[in-house]
Ligand binder design. Structure first.
Ligand code: DX5
Ligand code: ZN
Length: 221
């Protein structure tokens, strides 16, 4: 029997208009977004720099939605506490940046947040087999991390499918999220293979109508 899976939409503020961030956060909340995705980039792990805990703290004051923080930074363990203190409900680190991934996941849990691990397009799902029972979320990157507005890498569909099979035996409660190049056109297919949470930046904030865009991303066919 197939279990009813969550149907989560998480707009990434990377594509928001930062001159009116509070207003944009209210718009997505009113439109029924489930989480706010905050993309943290350090110019070392990825070739772009965004923001730190200071902005996450400002986001927290503008919304009641859970804050899903995606750390695209080297040595994430140094900054996890600061991002949780700033109001992050979920912390996702990259598998590729953690020498002691289990320790990092334990640190996130000990500070009271949900723990996620992200995989770059070139990192196989099989690298998560041992850590999977300890995770709340896995974030499959469907573009190379660093920028919004890139094209969806189609082999990510197969990765979601593989992860979905793996979670059935290892961690049925695991949330599968996917990030990069998500549109209303590819969303139904991505959900059909097992993705529970779609992260979308440009498809939400560059759309002429944000509410409509969020509604379309939730459609399953
Ligand atoms: C990319 C970020 C994504 C990005 C997605 O490194 O992790 O969250 O904002 O943007 P779109 O939806 O435009 O591909
Ligand atoms: Zn992201």
């Amino acid at each position: 029997m197939s279990k009813l899976r969550p149907n989560i939409v998480a707009p990434s503020i990377l594509s928001a208009d930062f001159t009116r961030l509070a207003e944009q956060l209210q718009q997505i909340e009113q439109a029924g977004a489930d989480w706010v995705h905050c993309d943290v980039m350090d110019g070392r792990y990825v070739p772009n720099i965004t923001f730190g805990p200071f902005i996450v703290e400002a986001v927290r004051r503008c919304t009641s939605l859970p804050i899903d923080t995606h750390l695209m930074i080297v040595e994430p363990e140094k900054y996890i506490k600061a991002f949780i203190d700033a109001g992050s409900h979920h912390i996702t680190v990259h598998q590729e940046t953690c020498t002691h991934l289990h320790r990092t996941v334990e640190l996130i849990h000990s500070l009271g947040a949900k723990a996620g691990v992200s995989l770059n397009p070139a990192t196989p799902v099989s690298t998560l087999e041992e850590i999977l029972p300890f995770l709340d979320l896995v974030l499959i990157m469907s573009v190379n991390p660093g920028f919004g507005g890139q094209k969806f890498i189609s082999t990510s569909i197969e990765k979601v499918r593989k992860l979905h099979l793996l979670r059935e035996s290892l961690n049925p409660e695991l949330i599968i999220a996917i990030d990069g190049g998500i549109t209303s056109e590819n969303a139904p297919r991505i959900r059909s293979v097992g993705a529970d949470a779609l992260i979308a930046g440009s498809a939400v904030f560059n759309a002429p109508n944000i509410s409509k865009a969020i509604l379309q991303l939730r459609q399953t066919d």
